[in-house]
Ligand binder design. Structure first.
Ligand code: LLP
Length: 467
């Protein structure tokens, strides 16, 4: 077997535990999730299906909340630390219930996300709201929630200040606000998911002084309470220095503001911590090491600038929920396509595709896939897993080594689909979106129901008018 092919094989859970949810095992010739054989899950619940290992999610949420609380503990001379789950990665009431019970807050970015978080029972004092174009309705809900409104509305532009202030005044409340700062630190894989460089839609520039001006503006309003500064530099980032650099720049602003008599008690460093998607990825840095590196960068910069260490929070989405979930697909058509030079590639079509995971098409994101319903016996061949959509870019896994005898009816498991899989799913080609099945806590249960064709047909106003 060639080394290149061996490298493209999906490692099993024992080989790369960082790629799979904690309960994943390959036992008795098949993959089990939460103790349930994948054949049974697919037989009973259909495919494609996202399978979410609930104890895995709870574990990761507990770890993030704990390491932030510990590394930024006031007893160490710090200002306290916390972690907000970035719900855009995967929003569902059950997920919110699990991560908040584990000690995380919730970062939301729309009326739908905020409403779900509140309905799921998240404490408004641990909820944030982002967005470069928040609606009045979103702001109203954020400000009126609970006893004091949500913990932080992250102001993204100069003209938002007066709008938030007016709504808070109308509601007779003081809105707690942060400002989103563009620090100029650019990190992460794809340009579309790197967010703190200058020429893009988010935030207020540090370099031009816009961030400082807006922070000062906020002080003019009785109905606003300035909580602190925020930056999110991108996604799937491995380079911890990028976060430290961004923290340092934010603290420079905090110092500037302090010199103007404005106190800034909180610093949020956003999300973006990388996870493992394939066997070729390096192991990710542990949350403990990340929190420790952030704490040391913040402490050193505060010492240098003569600042009291603020409360520090982060917003990990992908690294909380991403590894918890595996997508199970059924294999349909298998086709050998010649590549020239006597080589060929096996095109393996599955029953989902870019409608349940747009990331390979949108960001050229890499995934891997394991033949999950039986032990592989034949030699490995170069394969590409494709979906069933009418588009040649409809790729689930670009390059993977699969056993040559992979055939119709087999089950393929694609790990690490918990973040931005369901969240960015669509009905392209009128496909119904798969459900998310929770495992690991009692019997498998739906967290998100699979869509039915009737759900889609019901939205067709013309059809409805004829019935
Ligand atoms: N905080 C803010 C303000 C954000 O905008 C985001 C992600 C996060 C936190 C969470 O980042 P995470 O820890 O999940 O990397 N759809 C893309 C990712 C876009 C993320 C947008 N914002 C993807 O599929 O990779």
């Amino acid at each position: 077997m060639s080394l290149a092919l061996e490298n493209l094989r999906a490692p099993k859970p024992t080989e790369r535990p960082d790629l799979w949810p904690w309960s994943a095992k390959f036992a008795d010739g098949e993959l089990t999730l939460g103790g349930w054989p994948v054949t049974k899950l697919v037989e009973q619940c259909g495919s494609p299906v996202y399978v979410l290992d609930e104890p895995d999610l709870v574990g990761r949420a507990t770890v993030w909340a704990t390491v932030m609380a510990e590394e930024f503990w006031v007893g160490y001379g710090m200002g306290g630390g916390s972690a907000y789950y970035a719900a855009k990665a995967m929003m569902s009431a059950r997920v919110i219930e699990l991560v908040t019970a584990a000690g995380m807050g919730v970062d939301t970015a729309s009326l739908g996300e905020l409403t779900t978080a509140l309905h799921a029972g998240a404490d408004p004092n641990m909820i944030g709201l982002h967005g470069n174009n928040k609606s009045d309705e979103e702001l109203r809900l954020a400000i009126s929630a609970g006893e004091r409104g949500i913990a932080r509305i992250v102001i993204d532009s100069a003209d938002e200040v007066a709008r938030v202030a007016a709504i808070a005044e109308e509601l007779g409340r003081k809105a707690r606000v942060m400002i989103r700062v563009t620090t100029g630190v650019h990190a992460g894989g794809h340009e579309f998911i790197a967010t703190a460089h200058e020429d893009q839609k988010f935030g207020l520039s540090l370099a031009t002084g816009a961030a400082k001006r807006v922070a000062l503006d906020i002080q003019d309003y009785e109905s606003l309470e300035f909580v602190g500064v925020h930056s999110h530099i991108g996604s799937q980032i491995r380079d911890l220095d990028a976060f430290s650099e961004s923290a340092g720049r934010l603290l420079g602003l905090v110092k500037d503001l302090q010199d103007e008599g404005v106190a800034c008690n909180e610093l949020d460093l956003g999300g973006g911590y990388a996870i493992t998607y394939t066997g070729q990825d390096p192991e990710p840095t542990s949350p403990k090491d990340i929190a420790r590196a952030l704490a040391s960068a913040v402490r050193n910069k505060c010492e240098e600038l003569g600042l009291k260490v603020p409360h520090v929070s982060i917003e990990p989405g992908r690294s909380t929920v991403g590894p918890s979930t595996v997508t199970l697909y059924r294999v349909g058509t298998v086709k050998e396509v010649p590549l020239g030079d006597g080589k060929s590639r096996l095109y393996v079509s599955v029953d989902g595709g870019m409608s349940d995971n747009i990331r390979p098409a949108l960001y050229e994101a890499d995934y891997t896939a394991l033949l999950a319903n039986r032990e592989a016996s034949s030699a490995l061949v170069l394969a590409r897993i494709v979906g069933k959509h009418c588009e040649s870019g409809d790729i689930v896994v670009h390059d993977v080594a699969l056993p040559a005898d992979v055939k119709r009816g087999d089950i393929l498991a694609v790990p690490a689909t918990g973040a931005y899989g369901h969240a960015m799913s669509s009905n392209y080609n009128m496909l119904t979106r798969p459900g998310t099945l929770g495992v690991g806590t009692g019997d498998p249960h739906w967290i998100i129901y699979p869509e039915k064709l009737s759900d889609l047909l019901d939205r067709d106003a013309y059809l409805a008018s004829k019935n």
